[in-house]
Design a protein around this ligand. Structure first.
Ligand code: SAM
Length: 322
């Protein structure tokens, strides 16, 4: 369905847990993090019911994310059922990759259309500094295992002051595997944002030193990425830019989010939320009808655009399906 500004909303990001096995320094305020208790979190059955309603309203694409989706117990149960919902055409997953190699078979069986793996560095020590955990090798093995199983993989690299010197190594890594590399501009979820933020133009210059960047018409996937082809001496790589601050992309936004505790969130940077869990667990006679009504309203009322960095998102990334 269309929102009040005429944007077609077709894509939902579902956070299946607010928990994560990494502690990336920029990813919300994990230092004071109090995880949701298990009863607050939507069951898989509840998520599937909500997806059925959303699909009736025109949602065609589902991304499973978190927190870290693979730390939630039995997430396979959910993954295997999403594409069985009439109207759902695409299933994708965003992961930090640490547990990925154990899930390659399930992803294949779930008919997943692609996965995004977050990877900011190829240096083991730096990986531990950024994420708090020594798991770089697991991530690399996960990426390679998924790629070898012919699951389309994209690398998501958040860039900031710590890893700008690795742009070329990351490009070469993507080039070797023949997969797209997307650079995400750091968003202000944390008071440390200003210290580490690097604007897109600086990254663009770094990349231009490595090769020639040519804009691509093709869009790979459903996100707000702008794609370029980077022609280097070693070959060509598709480079995506996701730059919420340097290039506001809200006019093309087609997504809504479902938080782990069952709130439908029309925009990451806004505080409006609509509890679908309360309807599912409440005493409403026709729950399906009520869910449809509330979800329709949430989509229709999606805000026009974010106001970052002046107005930082009031949400924690891990709770809202980053
Ligand atoms: N655990 C999964 C992962 O690591 O991909 C999914 C959730 S994570 C919140 C999704 C993405 O959000 C990751 O690529 C992460 O790097 C990115 N992210 C987290 N905090 C961010 C921030 N402040 N600015 C930009 N991207 C951020």
């Amino acid at each position: 369905m269309k929102d009040r500004f005429g944007r077609s909303i077709e894509y939902v990001r579902v956070s299946v847990t607010d928990r994560c096995n990494l502690r990336c320094f920029y990813c919300s305020s994990y230092r004071n993090f109090v995880p949701l208790n298990h009863t607050s979190i939507l069951t898989y059955e509840e998520i599937l019911k909500i997806l059925e309603v959303l699909s009736e309203l025109g949602i065609k694409k589902v991304r499973i994310t978190g927190g870290e989706p693979f730390v939630r117990e039995s997430v396979s149960e959910l993954l295997l059922k999403v594409k069985g919902i009439p109207g759902i055409e695409r299933l994708t997953v965003t992961t930090n990759g640490t547990l990925l190699k154990n899930y390659v078979d399930i992803l294949k069986k779930s008919r997943v259309d692609g996965i995004n793996v977050s990877l900011d560095t190829l240096k083991a020590e730096r990986f531990s500094t950024i994420t708090g955990m020594p798991k770089l090798q697991d991530v690399i093995e996960g990426i390679k295992a998924a790629h070898a199983a012919h699951i389309p993989v994209k690398i998501n690299t958040v860039y900031y002051t710590y890893n700008l010197d690795e742009v070329e190594d990351l490009v070469n890594f993507a080039l070797e595997l023949g997969i797209p590399l997307r650079f995400i501009e750091l968003m202000p979820f944390d008071e440390k944002w200003k210290e580490h933020y690097v604007e897109e133009a600086v990254l663009f210059n770094e990349l231009s030193r490595i090769g020639k960047l040519t804009p691509l018409e093709t869009r790979y996937g459903d996100g707000p990425s702008r794609y370029y082809l980077l022609k280097t001496k070693g070959g060509n790589v598709q480079i995506g830019f996701i730059s919420a601050i340097s290039h506001n992309f809200c006019q093309n936004c087609s997504r809504i989010r479902l938080s782990a505790d069952g709130n439908l969130i029309p925009c990451m940077a806004s505080s409006s939320r609509y509890s679908l869990r309360d309807i599912l667990r409440g005493s409403e006679v026709d729950k399906f009808q009520k869910l449809r009504e509330v979800a329709k309203n949430a989509i229709f009322e999606k805000p026009l655009k974010h106001r970052m960095p002046e107005a930082p998102p009031p949400n924690e990334m891990r709770k809202l399906g980053g």
